[in-house]
Design a protein around this ligand. Structure first.
Ligand SMILES: NC(=O)c1ccc[n+]([C@@H]2O[C@H](COP(=O)([O-])OP(=O)(O)OC[C@H]3O[C@@H](n4cnc5c(N)ncnc54)[C@H](O)[C@@H]3O)[C@@H](O)[C@H]2O)c1
Length: 409
């Protein structure tokens, strides 16, 4: 039997100017939540994506990934009749606003890989119509927006190009999209004004910048976080070398001491954005971003450090090691660039057996948490999922994050 779709009524204030909006990359982690929020505010939204299977799922009212609040908002948007899905760009001619949220990865040399992005923009230009506002929301290499503006001008296309970066934390998008200040920029004054009006109509505070400032602002945001995590991870490793408890030091030096407010917890700094964006910034600066590159060495070196430490205390050649949590962060189902996989790889070289579990990431090779607690000799926390908080075990459990107080190697 097909389960009925819940239909919570939205109480969001509606925008004054509802537009036809296409979100390119609309089935993705950035595009889909943003599309839902825009629809919830009264815009007529078409999610355009090449992933037909994902769109099919969305059309049936099922979220393809974890995003707090989206399971109930998606059916509501579908029922409103304002949310549509399409796999082709031919729908663009019906839109007033086109928003680009496709992935912008770095290549094997850690340089931005612009080809896919360029191809999508080429398709958009072939289908656009005069008077449209193009909002680039993917994280792009500085200068990309200005270059788009030049191409538009050269081709005589009558569209406004703006760059308005996304700064949400995955999983919290619906809340953050309606609260976070929005950086806005445009290749022309008109593009900037239109983008500003669009976001202000959602009730957001808007902050105007030049296009390159907005591009750098987004990369600075993620690089800053990445470097910040590296500070804590380096301090964690240092404490370990002296058999000191980093988490106790952390609590002590942040207690009632405002100057340490920004001090991050130690832990795996993985995921699809932080390292990638730090490397984009380095690439932009002709590979000179010493702090970012050092942060990469520290953060990416953490799994190997943990295994080396383990080897000092245990004979891993006879041990089964279990990794609790394979997603790149807690309460998330996204395994992209998760350091738990790097940990698994490093462990595999030294251990008799490595087993993995995750309540959100589905993989036939993973075991249940019960099996893990029975079969593993040593446990390592890979992602801080809430359901591990009350975990009971008398086995050694390594918790870099300080998520389970009292559990150290
Ligand atoms: N994930 C985050 O938390 C986050 C936060 C802020 C910014 N960003 C940035 O947003 C961008 C998107 O990231 P994401 O995590 O949503 O990626 P994603 O892989 O989840 O989504 C990208 C979507 O684009 C689709 N796509 C690819 N090529 C396409 C094409 N030619 N036409 C239409 N659709 C196409 C894919 O099928 C996918 O659904 C990146 O630039 C990323 O750096 C991500």
């Amino acid at each position: 039997m097909i389960e009925p779709i819940p239909n919570p009524k939205s109480e969001k204030p509606q925008v004054q100017c509802p537009f036809n909006v296409a979100v390119i990359g609309g089935a993705g982690h950035v595009g889909l939540p943003f599309g839902l929020v825009l629809c919830d505010f009264g815009h007529r939204v078409t999610l355009v994506d090449t992933n037909a299977a994902q769109l099919e799922r969305i059309c049936q009212g099922n979220m393809p990934f974890e995003e707090r609040g989206a399971d109930s908002l998606l059916p509501c948007c579908l029922e409103s009749g304002r949310l549509h899905c399409a796999t082709g760009m031919n729908v663009l001619s019906d839109q007033e606003i086109v928003i680009v949220t496709i992935g912008t990865p770095v290549d094997e040399y850690l340089d931005p890989s612009l080809r896919a992005f360029d191809q999508v923009l080429e398709q958009i230009f072939n289908h656009c119509r005069p008077g449209q506002l193009l909002i680039v929301r993917s994280t792009v290499f500085p200068g990309v927006t200005e270059r788009l503006g030049r191409i538009v001008k050269e081709r005589g296309l009558d569209i406004d190009v703006s760059y308005c970066p996304e700064r949400i934390a995955q999983g919290l998008a619906l809340e953050e999209l309606t609260h976070l200040p929005q950086l806005v920029s445009g290749c022309t004054t008109q593009a900037l004004e239109r983008a500003t009006e669009f976001f202000a109509d959602l009730g957001l505070e808007t902050i105007p910048l030049s296009t390159v400032e907005a591009e750098l602002g987004k990369l600075y945001t993620n690089s800053y976080r990445y470097i910040n995590f590296a500070i804590s991870n380096q301090f964690y490793m240092l404490a370990q070398r002296y058999d000191a408890d980093f988490d106790r030091i952390y609590r002590a030096i942040t207690h009632n001491y405002k100057r340490m407010n920004g001090f991050a917890k130690a832990g795996f700094a993985g995921g699809p954005c932080l390292l990638k964006d730090t490397m984009q910034l380095a690439s932009f600066n002709h590979n000179l971003l010493t702090l970012g590159q050092t942060a990469m060495e520290v953060n990416e070196g953490l799994p190997g450090f943990l295994v080396e430490r383990l080897k000092q205390h245990h004979d891993l050649t006879t041990a089964t090691v279990g990794i609790l949590g394979m997603a790149f962060k807690g309460n998330c189902d996204d395994p992209r660039s998760s350091l738990s996989y790097k940990l698994r790889k490093v462990l595999t070289l030294d251990c008799r057996r490595v087993i993995c579990t995750d309540p959100f990431v589905h993989n036939p090779d993973f075991v249940s948490v019960e099996t893990m607690l029975t079969e593993a000799d040593i446990l390592i926390l890979g992602a801080c999922h809430d359901e591990y908080r009350e975990l009971q075990t008398d086995k050694p459990l390594i918790d870099v994050f300080g998520f389970l107080p009292g559990k150290q190697p």
